[in-house]
Write a protein that binds this ligand. Structure first.
Ligand SMILES: NC(=O)CC[C@H](N)C(=O)O
Length: 342
């Protein structure tokens, strides 16, 4: 097998031939492809170039099977989804105690870009909103900015199995319009939550947000977390097993910004969204979901992505607190047999 792309398409085509789950995903795509509510993010000028009809769904199981429908090759910027994974790297670099002294794990109930710090501890509330993510990026080790960014890109490669590029126009667009992020960084500098090389850290943060991924990458990333930190196709470890639970927990409570409570109530799968239109969702021990559709709700979450995850969660009983027999048995739908359970 020459490369990961070949392995992935072989895995997909085998699954496509045999699995009713493939048909289920096709139906889901048809069901929501003409759902046109929501709007493309416009506060970063370059993001307005996205097309509203773009829509892709990919599911990767923890045993490495891949199912996809729609535009799973379309690249877009990862945006806030990067935050969950950079948090993992910061934990590996410094351990829990130190990271937690710079960034909390409490949901804010506020928008992703709110300039609010914990009034008692002066920390940003959590690593999934901009302030906390900038503090997390500040923690990434390296002798200089180039080395720190390289470490980030290498980490994403471990999760997805392939190299990633940065969308330079998006990066520059964010850098030139990102004064709100600049403001919160200076507030955090005032409280000693970040170092004084603000522009360097912001450059890395804006570049990390501008990494290009597709829906397949997002499914591989969440499947890797679902699989205890090991990429289920390449078998490479992307995150120290000790920190997988930290990352997934904070995704569950804070990953969908101020929509996290409703997401947990209705869908119940740890997830992270980004204003580029991606969602990555982790069903621990089972599978990862990656969706892409740039039409967002008012909170910055992809509307078609929410719908897809809601259907998957309900139909296959993926909600973490589900104790009822699901309508469909996931294993049976995936391998076409009956009676197996996960
Ligand atoms: N919610 C997002 O995806 C926002 C990330 C974006 N780069 C910002 O800093 O505003």
């Amino acid at each position: 097998m020459s490369n990961l792309g070949d392995m992935q398409s072989l895995a997909s085509s085998i699954s496509a031939m045999t699995s009713p789950f493939r048909n289920y995903l096709n139906d889901l795509y048809e069901k929501y492809k003409s759902f046109n509510d929501g709007a493309i993010a416009d506060y970063i000028p370059e993001l307005t170039l996205a097309k509203p009809e773009w829509f892709g769904i990919c599911v990767v199981t923890t045993d490495g099977q891949m199912f996809e429908v729609g535009e799973c090759d379309q690249l877009f910027t990862i945006q806030s989804i990067s935050k969950a994974f950079v948090f993992g790297l910061a934990l590996e670099d410094h351990g829990r105690e130190y990271v937690n002294s710079k960034v909390g794990v409490e949901p804010t109930g506020e928008a992703f870009n709110s300039i609010v710090l914990d009034e008692v501890t002066n920390r940003p509330y959590n690593p999934m909103v901009n302030a906390g993510a900038i503090a997390t990026t500040d923690l990434i080790k390296g002798n200089n900015s180039t080395e720190r960014l390289k470490r980030l890109l290498e980490m994403f490669k471990r999760y997805t199995g392939r190299d990633h590029e940065i969308n330079v126009p998006v990066f520059l667009s964010e850098k030139s319009t990102g004064n709100r992020n600049r403001a919160m960084s200076y507030l955090m500098l005032n409280f000693g939550m970040v170092g004084d090389k603000i522009e360097d850290t912001l450059d890395i943060y804006f570049q990390q947000c501008s990494i290009m991924v597709n829906a397949r990458d997002l499914a591989m990333m969440s499947a890797t977390l679902a699989n205890g930190g090991v990429n289920p196709v390449t078998q490479e470890r992307a995150l120290d097993e000790r920190y997988v639970q930290d990352v997934i927990s904070v995704m569950l409570t804070c990953g969908m910004y101020d929509g996290s409570g409703e997401w947990l109530y209705r869908i119940g799968i740890p997830a992270k969204s980004g204003v580029g239109g991606g969602i990555t969702a982790v069903a621990p021990g089972k599978l990862g979901v990656g969706t892409f559709s740039p039409l967002l709700d008012a909170k910055g979450n992809s509307l078609r992505g929410i719908k897809v995850c809601e259907d998957l969660s309900r139909d296959f009983g993926l909600h973490l607190f589900n104790v009822a027999k699901p309508d469909r048995d996931l294993a049976a739908w995936i391998d076409g047999s009956e009676g197996d359970s996960w």
